[in-house]
Design a protein around this ligand. Structure first.
Ligand code: C2E
Ligand code: CA
Ligand code: CA
Ligand code: CA
Length: 383
């Protein structure tokens, strides 16, 4: 890589300079110092492999210290824009943490050098700091909600179209936030996926699903309906997942084919991992469904290699049933599912017309507001 040479004793940058770049030290030693009440004060000595001058670059403020080569040095300059771009794309929470640390370090430095000029004032808020802090708040609320068992699992009925019978349910998690009201699962699941919080949430949902199967059995529901649970990427990457589910099922003496797992197409990017999951599930008799089929960009790829038991056709295709093109495409997908020996579930069925067309085309299952909204277990048991 391109590098700059500095002779022993030469100044790399001086306190008060406007920053243009940071440096990676390839060779040599650098002394960092600042002026304290007119006297130079040594802050650090840096060597090969260390970053130099990155602070001023991160928040684009003037250098608060000087850097001088102690020996002959070779430094790789890192352009300010290169940092700015990475920072702009970084996780906003990480960015907020970094900026908070930076502000605190600078104010400590200013106090040290006896020139508490402005750095002790409240740190300047970046436009997206508020968003990041809100995210931190929401995440800690979510953690607390999980501990207090405030997450509710609802069941949305799935109908076998030919018989009109409810064959099973999809488990959909709900969070009623004390101040914000209902938070959409799409939002808080995404938040939980950014940290490992999704793992205990996922386990909680799976345990609730198993408990609900027990209640349905105790109420004498025959045949026992299945319940499908959504899996997120982190759960799929968790090698202990299937065994933990089996333990939950065995402890309640439940047959494994009553718990279905749904994975979305966007997660199916790592085909090898999903292939392993499906093989593991099939070896113990647990079915796996491909969720949201028809969204995303590699629609047929997963079906080429992965042996799903069920395909859930995304609601956008059901909306398109009011046009001949949509009817034609759903008809083809029904045929494809049949050829692959997969059951097809139509999602987002809202009207009788849609169900009628699906019936005519030979789609096996329907899910959506026409069949029923996501219900509490109490409401399900009353039906
Ligand atoms: P999804 O798996 O595609 O779930 C179906 C979504 O469509 C649900 O939204 C459901 O309430 C909604 N829906 C059902 N029928 C209709 C209909 O007829 N019309 C319309 N317009 N919408 C309908 P919800 O409950 O908001 O869930 C959103 C997403 O959050 C889910 O999409 C799923 O990806 C995720 N999710 C929900 N619960 C869990 C969970 O326990 N674990 C994980 N990992 N993800 C979950
Ligand atoms: Ca789903
Ligand atoms: Ca879906
Ligand atoms: Ca099959």
């Amino acid at each position: 890589p391109y590098s700059e040479l500095f002779k022993a004793g030469e100044l790399v940058f001086a306190e008060g300079d406007a920053p243009t770049c940071a440096y990676l030290i390839e060779a040599g030693r650098i002394e960092i110092s600042t002026t304290q009440l007119g006297e130079p004060r040594l802050l650090a000595e840096l060597g090969p492999g260390m970053l130099l001058g990155e602070m001023a670059v991160l928040d684009d403020s003037t250098r608060t210290a000087s850097a001088r080569a102690l020996t002959d040095c070779r430094l790789i300059p890192i352009d300010k824009a290169q940092f700015a771009e990475r920072l702009a794309h970084a996780d906003p929470v990480v960015r907020a943490l970094l900026m908070s640390q930076l502000t605190r370090y600078r104010s400590a430095l200013a106090r040290l050098t006896g020139e508490a000029d402005g750095f002790d004032a409240a740190p300047t808020m970046q436009p997206d700091d508020a968003y990041a802090l809100d995210k931190i708040r929401l995440e800690s609320d979510l953690r607390a909600a999980l501990d207090r068992k405030e997450l509710e699992v609802r069941l949305q009925p799935i109908e076998e179209i030919v018989s009109g019978r409810i064959a099973g349910y999809e488990a959909l998690v709900r969070w009623q936030h004390p101040e914000r009201g209902a938070v959409s699962p799409a939002e808080f699941i995404r938040l939980a996926e950014e940290t490992s919080l999704i793992v205990p949430i996922g386990d909680y949902v799976l345990a609730r699903v198993c408990d609900m199967l027990v209640e349905l059995r105790e109420r004498g529901r025959k045949p026992l309906p299945f319940i499908a649970a959504n899996l997120s990427g982190r759960q799929i990457d968790d090698p202990g997942l299937v065994q933990r589910i089996l333990d939950l099922l065995h402890a309640r003496d439940l047959p494994p084919d009553k718990l279905k797992l749904e994975v979305t197409e966007s997660l199916v990017m790592d085909h090898a991992r999903i292939g392993d999951l499906i093989a593991h599930c099939h070896s113990v008799g647990m079915p796996v469904a491909l969720d949201d089929f028809g969204t995303g960009y590699s629609n047929l790829g997963p079906l080429l290699t992965l042996n799903f038991d069920q395909i859930k056709l995304d609601a956008s295709f059901i909306k398109a049933l009011d046009r001949p093109r949509g009817v034609a495409m759903v008809g083809v997908i029904v045929g494809m599912a049949r050829a692959l020996d997969c059951d097809l579930v139509a999602e987002g069925v809202e009207t009788r017309e849609q169900r009628e067309i699906l019936h005519r085309l030979g789609c096996r299952y329907a899910q959506g507001w026409l069949v029923g909204k996501p219900l509490s277990l109490g409401d399900v048991l009353e039906h």
